[in-house]
Design a binder for this molecule. Structure first.
Ligand code: PBG
Length: 327
């Protein structure tokens, strides 16, 4: 085998054009999903403190926002709701007039070509902040399934294109598939938050979505960050229940899981570059400690290189803009 000095890997790095030719991973806006936080408070456009550049948006701002996102070539948004009323059963999640159902209708009207994904979970709608209904201090898995299915049906009735169950209840994919098929929506895909870890990286999101658990934490249903083999079992389970798209979440500390999932399953694979991953980069950038824009591109590239086809990221609009300027 030839080695140095015959082989000099630097030869392929000498100029911008050659570097571009041999680039193995290229980001494009087509793989981005941009998360939106929609608030029922009419005066409610508000920057999310730990997520500079991201806003809680009232319904009246959604048309313009959706059009801007579509014009950047981003194919999809993922919606989270901030209802005025919360209760133990998360009823606003499945009310036809709930904030997310209204948001879906507003976006589909303003930008019909934008794929609207919805988060199917109860944590934004329950007064206790857990992802399902409580029995005592723990979440009742089986009693939650029916409510998640109802939420998914309400979202699809409002016009959602893809539903994303994120509650980490066992059997939630099967429950949604059955519910959707029974309601006449057998064509609607499910993007399963299949391997979702109990991560401290969700901290800023819980401020953004006002969904901090009032008692306890989510370790009883979300996964232990130490486990990778169990992530494969979670993914396998969701595949068996009929998931159309699989997700690993968070992304950056779980690139090994993304890579294993890529090798093991032929399904489209999504990775969620979560709130804390965004906040860290923004905060360090604001202090002048690193170049936030370059770090953002490097991180998203690493997520794609690890094997993700779809990247859910709060950087979507910024990076899509840069990609457009470069082209
Ligand atoms: C709802 C949900 C969460 C996130 C997405 N869907 C929060 C959680 O599980 O606590 C986190 C997303 C982010 O941090 O950007 N269950």
């Amino acid at each position: 085998m030839a080695g140095f000095p015959i082989v000099r890997l630097r030869r392929l790095r000498g100029s911008e054009s050659v570097r571009r030719m041999v680039q193995e991973t290229r980001l494009s806006a087509s793989e981005f999903v941009y998360p939106l936080f929609v608030t029922e408070d009419p005066g409610g456009r508000k920057e999310i403190e730990p997520m500079p550049g991201c806003f809680q948006l009232p319904l009246s701002d959604l048309a313009a926002e959706a059009q801007e996102i579509a014009s950047l070539g981003i194919p999809s948004v993922l919606l989270f709701g901030l209802p005025n009323e919360k209760d133990p059963l998360g009823m606003q999640a499945y009310d036809s007039q709930g904030i997310i159902q209204q948001a879906v209708r507003a976006i589909k009207k303003a930008a019909p070509g934008l794929a609207v994904m919805t988060d199917v979970c109860l944590c934004e709608y329950t007064d206790h902040g857990h992802c399902g209904v409580l029995r005592g201090e723990s979440v009742d898995n089986d009693a939650t399934l029916e409510l998640l299915a109802k939420a998914a049906i309400a979202q699809v009735e409002a016009g959602a294109d893809i539903v994303g169950p994120s509650a980490m209840m066992d059997g939630q994919i099967a429950a949604l598939r059955k519910g959707l098929d029974g309601a006449g929506y057998s064509e609607t895909p499910i993007m399963a938050y299949a391997s979702k870890y109990a991560s401290a990286f969700y901290g800023p999101f819980r401020v953004a979505a006002d969904s901090v658990p009032q008692v306890g934490d989510r370790r009883g249903y979300q996964m232990d960050p130490a486990n990778a083999r169990m992530a494969l079992r979670e993914l396998e389970q969701d595949v068996e229940e009929g998931a159309d798209i699989l997700m690993v979440k968070p992304a950056l500390s779980y690139l090994d899981v993304i890579s294993k999932a890529r090798e093991r399953f032929p399904h489209p694979l999504a990775a969620y570059n979560v709130s804390g991953e965004y906040s860290m980069i923004k905060a360090a950038g604001d202090r002048g400690w690193l170049d936030a824009d370059r770090v953002a591109v490097e991180v998203l590239t690493s997520i794609k290189r690890a094997g993700a086809d779809i990247i859910i990221t709060y950087f979507a609009k910024d990076v899509a803009r840069w990609l457009k300027d470069e082209a």
